[in-house]
Design a protein around this ligand. Structure first.
Ligand code: ZN
Length: 311
């Protein structure tokens, strides 16, 4: 099962004991995943989702808080349809959607703020909205959580609600849909926490830790490799210079300190400047070694210049 599927399965099993929260969650499911159709004779409300567990949760909430029993149809997408006028009126009245402004295609624009006054109800609202319109990428690959909203009003309300809990969400328009999305691992963890997906949250946190450790090890290895390469490159240039001096004027004529440094470099081609300084007698600091090697390089350069002149 995908990570997104795991989160939905977990959230589908969370049933609030308070009626206010049940109503808030159902309102979100109807708003973000439902359509209100008014034919000439009959009205109907349909909630549709690809996920069977989610539709079963809708069924349970309808039964528990409204005593409305309705069949589940379809085999992905799954639908719940309420046609019975008395039930529908009662439901829409409680969800404060009887006179809500519906878009031309039957989408409900926002959930009445009165239903989501309490923090507990706002959590339930986010849970319901995620169940019917949310999805999440595989956290092994990337951190991305999104809600696909049918209207701008839905997207703005969701964004406000997420911000209300101190997280950041952005809105982008994609194929006539308003996408509310989060890209930051920490924010996604917070959202899972707020909605009550605690097991998924633990999985995500574990993955995040492993990923961060892997990254930091990679960073260190890269950094060390870069340093080694730098040392080796510098060292081979120094050795080249020293060999040139040796082959032309010889090392014997060099001042004592330079000759010693040159010999030590030839003896320890892989050593860092600091290490070279420690091998010298008496020991010299890193900048001292650097200074001497630069002198040797200057001598080599002047030999090269002299060679070019004489050619
Ligand atoms: Zn509540």
């Amino acid at each position: 099962m995908s990570f997104s599927g795991e989160v939905k399965e977990e959230l589908s099993a969370v049933i609030s004991t308070s009626r206010h929260c049940q109503i808030a969650e159902l309102a979100a499911m109807v708003c973000y995943g439902g359509r209100l159709e008014s034919g000439e004779r009959q009205r109907s409300l349909t909630v549709q989702t690809e996920n069977e567990k989610v539709i079963r949760k809708g069924f349970t909430l309808l039964q528990k808080s409204f005593n409305i029993c309705t069949g589940i149809t379809g085999k992905g997408p799954y639908s719940l349809k309420i046609r019975e006028e008395a039930s529908l009126t009662r439901l829409l009245q409680t969800l404060k959607m009887s006179d809500c402004c519906t878009e031309a295609d039957g989408h409900i624009d926002t959930v009445n703020p009165l239903l989501i006054k309490n923090a507990c109800c706002r959590r339930a609202f986010l849970r319901g909205a995620f169940l019917v319109s949310g999805s999440m990428s595989d956290p092994e690959k990337s951190y991305h959580l999104e809600f696909v909203c049918l209207t701008q009003g839905q997207a703005l309300q969701l964004q406000e609600m997420i911000r209300d809990f101190g997280m950041e969400a952005r809105i982008v328009i994609r194929k006539n849909h308003f996408i509310v999305y989060m890209k930051e691992g920490a924010g996604i963890v917070d959202l899972l926490n707020v909605t009550g997906a605690h097991i998924s949250l633990m999985h995500l946190e574990n993955l995040r830790i492993v990923k961060e450790m892997r990254n930091s090890i990679n960073r260190r290895v890269n950094c060390e490799t870069a340093n080694i390469t730098k040392t080796v490159n510098a060292s081979s240039k120094q050795i080249e210079d020293i060999m040139l001096i040796q082959d032309t004027q010889g090392l014997k004529g060099l001042p004592d300190v330079l000759r010693k440094t040159a010999l030590i470099r030839l003896e320890y081609p892989d050593a860092t400047l600091k290490e070279l300084g420690q091998y010298l007698n008496p020991p010299v600091g890193k900048s001292g070694v650097n200074h001497r090697l630069r002198k040797l390089s200057e001598i080599a350069e002047s030999i090269r210049g002299y060679k070019e002149e004489t050619l």
